[in-house]
Design a protein around this ligand. Structure first.
Ligand code: ADE
Length: 248
């Protein structure tokens, strides 16, 4: 997968993309990331990227020209090299659809993504209307720019690409993979400060362990994110478990 990110602050991407799983994915050529400075697509002496909002109001708005030109230049390279005609162009904004594991999975099937990090009071509406194909928010709060949101999206997507994680099986156990939060996990020692690992996990009985984990995932979801259970397929036993917990 190739990812192009448009930003006013390219330096913000230096360290998150040069560590751990991400760096390994880059080294193995499973993903490539290009960071583009929106200022490089301006033509005036001052490299102006923002301007006052028409109609009056506080704050500056990102101008459309450098953003259009940056995306068009990236796209023309893609057309030449890869021959793909529809590349998702995603604006990170608090007004977008709420990011989720499902959306990460959806994006992970694209061979190319273009992400635009908004800043200041927002971007000229024509960017939304005529350039972007998707708008994503990472939560109901306002960040000072789209950069951190872009990093969150890229991280969640890249770890889903085949070969990026050591074990593909671990993806299936992720929180949210099946609409439930992940079950509790333990490692050695079996007893730490008097707190013992649940016996079933040491039993070697795989069926019992799988049942315990599913129950714990339901209990944890019920406790922390009960609204997720409405959208999840639970068996009768698990529904009853959730109901009991609700009543207690
Ligand atoms: N830019 C500012 N706040 C944001 C948010 N919550 N999600 C995505 N982009 C943003």
């Amino acid at each position: 997968m190739q990812i192009d990110i448009l930003t006013l602050f390219p330096q913000m991407f230096d360290s998150p993309f040069s560590a751990s799983i991400f760096q390994r994915a880059v080294d193995r050529k499973l993903v490539g990331v290009n960071i583009h400075n929106i200022r490089d697509y301006t033509h005036d002496k001052h490299h102006t990227v923002d301007d006052y909002t028409y109609g009056g109001g506080a704050g500056m708005i990102l101008k459309p020209e450098p953003i259009f030109e940056a995306v068009e230049s990236i796209k023309s390279d893609i057309d030449l090299k890869e021959g793909i005609d529809i590349v998702p162009v995603i604006l990170l904004t608090p007004q977008g659809r709420l990011f989720s594991q499902q959306i990460a999975l959806e994006l992970s099937s694209s061979s190319h993504l273009i992400l635009i990090c908004g800043h200041y009071e927002g971007v000229d509406e024509r960017v939304r209307e005529h350039l972007v194909t998707d708008e994503i928010s990472i939560g109901d709060y306002v960040l000072s720019g789209g950069e951190l949101a872009a990093m969150v999206v890229v991280d969640a997507v890249v770890r889903l690409l085949p070969g990026v994680l050591g074990s593909e099986a671990s993806l299936l156990d992720d929180s949210h993979a099946f609409g439930l939060l992940e079950y509790p996990q333990y490692t050695r020692p079996p007893v730490y400060r008097g707190w013992a690992v649940p016996e079933v996990l040491l039993s070697g009985n795989h069926a019992q362990i799988a049942k315990w984990r599913r129950e714990q995932a339901v209990l944890r979801t019920m406790k922390h994110r009960p609204e997720l259970l409405d959208k999840t397929n639970l068996c009768l036993e698990e529904r009853n478990l959730a109901k009991d917990l609700k009543q207690s």
